[in-house]
Design a protein around this ligand. Structure first.
Ligand SMILES: Nc1ncnc2c1ncn2[C@@H]1O[C@H](COP(=O)(O)OP(=O)(O)OP(=O)(O)O)[C@@H](O)[C@H]1O
Ligand SMILES: [Mg+2]
Length: 230
């Protein structure tokens, strides 16, 4: 099976400062993968490498062919991201934000009806402006927007950061439903418990290098925890 996303010996740097080195991994269709590592380990940089944000070396492939230079290309080829922090348009309504997710031109399983079924409170607040939403609702909106291109792989950068436990539970349920739909997930999370609950596999970064890639059960092992130094 050709992986949805593959990194081959990927390096990344900001203005000459190297923050990722020799990173190789592959994510298959429908897989749920947790990406862990301490603050500054390079998790965000790894996700943003797909968009060429820092200077990137090595090869990144979607469905077996290399990505080009356009920042819109990954979404149109089925890889979408929910960046760290809440990236919604505060002056637009919930519905307008969701429709922006159609810009990639891709369509498939995820429709407005389905994302509203996934997040019923967004449906109830469909005409509210972004500014009127709670932190959790903003995160749900960012996820809903990313789903509108029916990605094969959805990458999420610390989606539970700063949210209350009850909201984290709601998001965990939503990730389960997204997983059930066949969408692969790459989830950057400090909240290891969540990864243990829903992921098949984990990847671990330490100081810009990949130090772990294995079944999620291994995250419970002391030697693995020490290696990642969570
Ligand atoms: N725009 C930037 N310019 C220069 N250096 C950066 C930039 N963004 C990140 N870095 C550096 O790159 C390294 C990796 O950062 P990155 O944000 O990828 O880590 P992270 O694992 O996502 O951390 P966190 O858990 O805090 O989100 C850090 O040393 C950071 O200081
Ligand atoms: Mg980060």
């Amino acid at each position: 099976m050709t992986p949805v996303l593959e990194f081959r010996n990927v390096g990344a740097s900001y203005a000459g400062a190297i923050v990722l080195q020799g990173v190789s991994f592959a994510i298959d269709e429908g897989e749920t993968v947790g990406l862990v590592g301490r603050n500054g380990a390079g998790k965000t940089t790894a996700l943003m490498s797909v968009y060429g944000v820092p200077h990137v070396t090595g090869e990144i492939l979607i469905d077996g062919s290399p990505i080009g230079r356009s920042r819109h290309e990954p979404a149109s080829r089925g890889v979408s991201v929910v960046p760290q922090g809440k990236r919604i348009f505060p002056n637009l309504t919930v519905e307008e934000n969701i429709h922006l997710g159609r810009a990639s031109g891709r369509s498939g399983y995820w429709t407005v009806e389905r994302v509203f079924a996934l997040f019923p409170n967004l449906e109830r607040g469909r005409s509210r402006h972004g500014t009127a939403l709670s932190g959790g609702e903003q995160q749900m909106l960012a996820i809903a927007r990313a789903l509108m291109s029916s990605p094969k792989l959805l990458m999420l950068d610390e989606p539970t950061e700063g949210l209350a436990p009850v909201i984290i539970d709601q998001l965990t349920e939503a990730f389960r439903a997204i997983r059930e739909s066949g969408t692969a997930l790459l989830l950057v999370e400090q909240h290891i418990g969540m990864i243990q609950q829903i992921a098949d596999r984990y990847l671990a970064l330490r100081k810009g290098e990949l130090v772990g890639d294995g079944p999620v059960e291994d995250l419970g092992k002391r030697e693995v925890q020490e290696l990642i130094a969570l």
